[in-house]
Design a protein around this ligand. Structure first.
Ligand code: SF4
Ligand code: SF4
Length: 355
């Protein structure tokens, strides 16, 4: 869709985009260990890591913690959990000192407007698919976020909900919001059928042994791309997605080089001294990334995927031609993760980046 329109990208476009986005120092924060849903294969609960950490409950400690993060230079936070909307005062503590951020929420509890972060609301299909995969439909999330400029709905595509991409997009369009897409990525435990499961796991592994599994095949990912394009044709102002990115995130040869432990060595989302992930007790994770439960072999989740796409495509091309492909995906990232900044980006580029 957008790629043809961007073929005349210039270094000037790049410089304007770069100025617009600025220099971001990012980190990830789990601020809640509670959730009001039970989604199939949840990244947080379908593993064992969450059992190790007890949440910090002293709000003053959260305020001090985020102040120290801001002093460390963090100016962009990714807020997750389990469900971050259940800990509004912790979100407010972050919002007071960290100017940019994204809250990954299921949308069931409305986050008040004073928390002026981007809000990414997970969708797992149309109402019927959502009830099947996570135990609740979408009505409440649509009611809470209809027309909210902070919100974008993020449809996690799995093998069981591909045919609901078009109707779910229609529902988002009717709610006056926008939609983008992520790909279901199994956790290590989810992908390993030999793992012993306990009662807590079984709340998140309902379909693991069914003939129907949510894990995507190559054919599923191809079909998903076709359905997204159909949805975009029907609702061009609603769909915010890049076919270039979809081709990259679904490439058959795989995305990452893996070390002997199966960890992606060239992933753009690996933790570092600067880009950190904190558990709900405020301890810093020493694991590979913000989602240590995920299996790197099949990791195609969108926030992580964009980090890797931009890393993989940026270095050689930045030095040379500031490629239009990279600019397209970076502009998409800016819209999804910075919100109105990307409107300004599109205006600065004097074009609609989506056609
Ligand atoms: S809403 Fe998010 S945190 Fe809650 S169970 Fe579903 S995937 Fe997990
Ligand atoms: S983001 Fe995905 S690919 Fe990267 S280290 Fe984490 S699980 Fe592996």
């Amino acid at each position: 869709m957008a790629s043809a329109a961007l073929t005349e990208t210039t270094g000037g476009d790049f410089a304007r985009l770069r100025r617009r986005i600025g220099r971001l120092v990012t980190s990830n924060y789990d601020i809640s260990d509670r959730c009001n849903l039970r989604c199939e294969g949840c990244l947080f609960f379908a593993g064992d890591d969450y059992k190790r950490y007890r949440p910090e409950t002293d709000l003053n400690r959260w305020r001090a913690f985020f102040r120290s993060e801001a002093e460390r230079g963090v100016n962009f936070g990714y807020f997750a959990g389990a469900e971050p909307s259940l800990e509004l005062e912790r979100l407010r503590a972050a919002h007071g000192v960290i100017p940019n951020g994204v809250v990954f929420s299921n949308g069931l509890v409305a986050i008040p407007r004073d928390v002026d972060y981007r809000i990414h609301i997970s969708l797992w299909g149309d109402d019927a698919a959502s009830v099947e995969l996570r135990g609740a439909g979408n009505r409440k999330a649509f009611a809470n976020y209809a027309g909210d400029p902070r919100a974008v709905f993020v449809f996690t595509i799995n093998a069981m909900n591909i045919d609901t991409i078009v109707p779910a997009t229609r529902a988002v369009a009717e709610a006056g919001s926008t939609i983008t897409f992520s790909l279901f990525s199994p956790t290590i435990k989810y992908a390993d059928s030999a793992k012993a499961l306990d009662a807590a796991d079984l709340r998140y592994f309902r379909h693991r042994d069914d003939a129907q599994s949510p894990v995507l095949s190559a054919a599923d990912m191809q079909r998903a791309g076709d359905r997204i394009e159909e949805a975009r044709q029907l609702h061009p102002a609603t769909v915010r997605y890049s076919p270039l990115y979809h081709s990259w995130i679904t490439r058959p040869e795989g995305l990452y080089d893996l070390d002997e432990a199966g960890v992606a060595t060239n992933c753009g989302n690996r933790l570092s001294g600067r880009h950190r992930h904190y558990n709900v007790d405020q301890s810093a994770t020493s694991a590979k990334c913000c989602s240590p439960n995920l299996d790197c072999r099949d990791c195609r989740a969108y926030a992580m995927g964009y980090a890797s796409y931009l890393k993989e495509n940026v270095s050689p091309r930045l030095r040379e031609a500031q490629s239009p492909e990279w600019l397209e995906v970076w502009t998409l990232w800016a819209e999804l993760f910075l919100g109105d900044s990307s409107v300004a980006v599109a205006a600065a580029l004097d074009r609609d980046p989506w056609r």
